[in-house]
Design a protein around this ligand. Structure first.
Ligand code: GDG
Length: 508
């Protein structure tokens, strides 16, 4: 396995909002995660441990195990602090303890302000260019700073002279500089920013923007998915931090005595595991999954898989489907579109309204075209196990990935890795990070151009099997060659190259 962290730093500290393991009392189980039963808390109430399923957390876990490192994250499970020591640490994984999970205990008010507030109602919309959706409250930024400080001081408690700290995502825009101040000079600090970085024009709308840039320049390494975001970041620093020196040739910034390297490293997925899960989904499994949604086995199937988020462009996609059925009546009764939507951040009113809007549009389009034996759109918010999701990917003839903006988009890659029969077609928005690597062999779309989008659906459905195979061969090659393991290796190579301890030692 490439993702075993063979080239990972000797002393690795990961910082992320989400934790890799969560302890829950059994009286309040969480159905969405795999559970290891049979644990007991100190007060002898039965507990379970939720394990990471998929994505970065699952990919990083074996690496931190290998490095016997430390992972610092928000302890959001109700039994989390019943199992930690007096430093809020617990050894994980539960049955094969190999690294330290340090949990940060956040009050409800802290979570409301730092997570639902500044992170998700300021930084998320701002970075995606939805400046009209920014809902800024100054006290929420104070909480954001306070939470970043708490994570940074926890890092300070765990860091050794040779540590490398790897910070994840936009929840920690201020932490890098605070970490820099809390650790020895020899510690390397790196961060991966999983969402886009906007243009200076958009960034102008960011409250506390200057402080944010200063915070991020506490990193030795700052990585984004694609070069556009790197360029935008350098532009923002050049424009809003006049005392910073930006070296555009080497993508390096000098600020306040520190040097930050800014790089583009597009994230990949654990392609092998999606391939494996898809292969294990036999024909029977695939058809019974669709049967459960009342889809006829003869139907041609389209698929969308997204979090219910306004960046994902689901209403525009539904509008394109409506136009498609309007202008291509021969496909009525023959083509069914399955939309799997995962509710998220539902405490935020904008997300509730977005969900309503999506559900209403689905109902309206279904009422318009449905017959006794066929529904054009099957909509579900069910959480699917990875094996079920892969069965669905494998069965889908056409996958539609049409966000209005998306840092990378892993779903497109997952579809490709799970297309083990090699004959699916991918419609891909030209506004997602994944477009850089996959756009040339997908059917590229402007997600807001309803007519063109509808034509593209028709084109995907009418494409010859050879054409689909030819495109999918190339797409699969790219996804397998640039998987999660190689992405992590790339990060670690950059970190090694920038290793502060080695640099300082060599100067002695
Ligand atoms: C952010 C950035 C960037 C969804 N429903 C189920 C399920 N999922 C999984 C998918 C996929 C993940 O959720 C969604 O990842 P995306 O990359 O598509 O989007 P975001 O959540 O917005 O992620 C994005 C990413 O970070 C990584 O840097 O690509 O641009 O916005 O893995 O499979 N998984 C299962 N059942 C479900 O029902 N098992």
């Amino acid at each position: 396995d490439e993702a075993d962290g063979a080239n990972c730093p000797d002393s690795l500290i990961v910082v992320s909002n989400r934790q890799p393991y969560r302890h829950e009392y059994d009286d309040e189980p969480d159905s969405e995660r795999t559970e290891i039963a049979g644990e007991r808390s100190a007060d002898d109430r039965p507990m379970s441990v939720d394990e990471p399923t998929g994505g970065l957390t699952a990919g990083l876990d074996p690496v931190v195990q290998h490095a016997q490192g430390t992972w610092i994250a928000w302890g959001d499970g109700d039994a989390d602090f019943a199992v930690t020591d007096d430093q809020n640490c617990v050894a994980v994984p539960p049955k094969a303890e190999s690294y330290t999970l340090r949990r940060i205990d956040l009050s409800e008010e802290a979570v409301d302000s730092y997570y639902y507030g500044f992170s998700n109602q300021v930084l998320w919309p701002m970075c995606h260019g939805f400046t009209d959706r920014i809902a800024y409250q100054p006290n929420q930024f104070d909480w954001y700073r306070r939470v970043n400080e708490r994570f940074a001081s926890a890092v300070g408690e765990h860091a050794r002279a040779d540590s490398t700290v790897w910070v994840q995502d936009y929840h920690f825009g201020l932490a890098p500089r605070l970490i820099r101040d809390a650790v020895p000079d020899t510690v390397t600090v790196a961060q991966f920013w999983h969402i886009p970085w906007p243009t200076p024009q958009t960034f102008r709308a960011c409250p506390a923007g200057g402080e944010l840039l200063e915070g991020l320049l506490g990193n030795d390494l700052l990585a984004f998915h694609v070069t556009d975001y790197v360029e935008n970041f350098l532009d923002c620093v050049g424009r809003y931090l006049p005392s910073a020196v930006v070296d555009r040739n080497r993508n390096i910034i000098h600020y306040d005595g520190e040097t930050t390297s800014v790089v583009a490293t597009p994230m990949g997925i654990d392609a092998e595991s999606y391939d494996r899960d898809a292969r294990s989904a036999g024909a029977k499994r695939r058809s019974s999954l669709l049967e459960a949604y009342d889809v006829s086995p003869e139907n041609v199937v389209g698929l969308g898989v997204d979090r219910l988020d306004y960046t994902k462009g689901i209403p525009a996609r539904l509008a394109a489907l409506e136009r498609f059925f309007e202008t291509n009546p021969e496909w009525r009764g023959e083509f069914t579109f399955v939309q799997k939507a995962t509710p998220s951040r539902t405490q935020i009113p904008a997300y509730q309204r977005y969900g309503d809007r999506v559900r209403n549009a689905v109902d309206r389009i279904n009422r318009r075209f449905e017959t006794d034996s066929w529904r054009p759109i099957v909509y579900t918010e069910d959480y699917l196990e990875s094996t079920e999701l892969c069965a669905l990917y494998r069965r889908a003839d056409v996958m539609v990935v049409s966000p209005l903006v998306d840092g990378m988009n892993l779903v497109a890659q997952e579809y490709i890795a799970a297309s083990v029969d090699g004959d699916g077609a991918l419609l891909l928005s030209d506004r997602v990070g994944a477009n850089e690597r996959l756009g040339s062999h997908a059917l590229s779309i402007d997600p807001t151009d309803v007519d063109e989008f509808a034509d593209r659906i028709n084109e995907a459905l009418s494409m010859s099997s050879q054409d689909r195979q030819r495109r999918m061969d190339v797409l699969r090659q790219r996804v397998f060659e640039n998987d999660l393991g190689s992405w992590m290796n790339e990060q670690f190579d950059h970190m090694r190259r920038l290793d502060r301890k080695a640099a300082l030692d060599s100067r002695k």
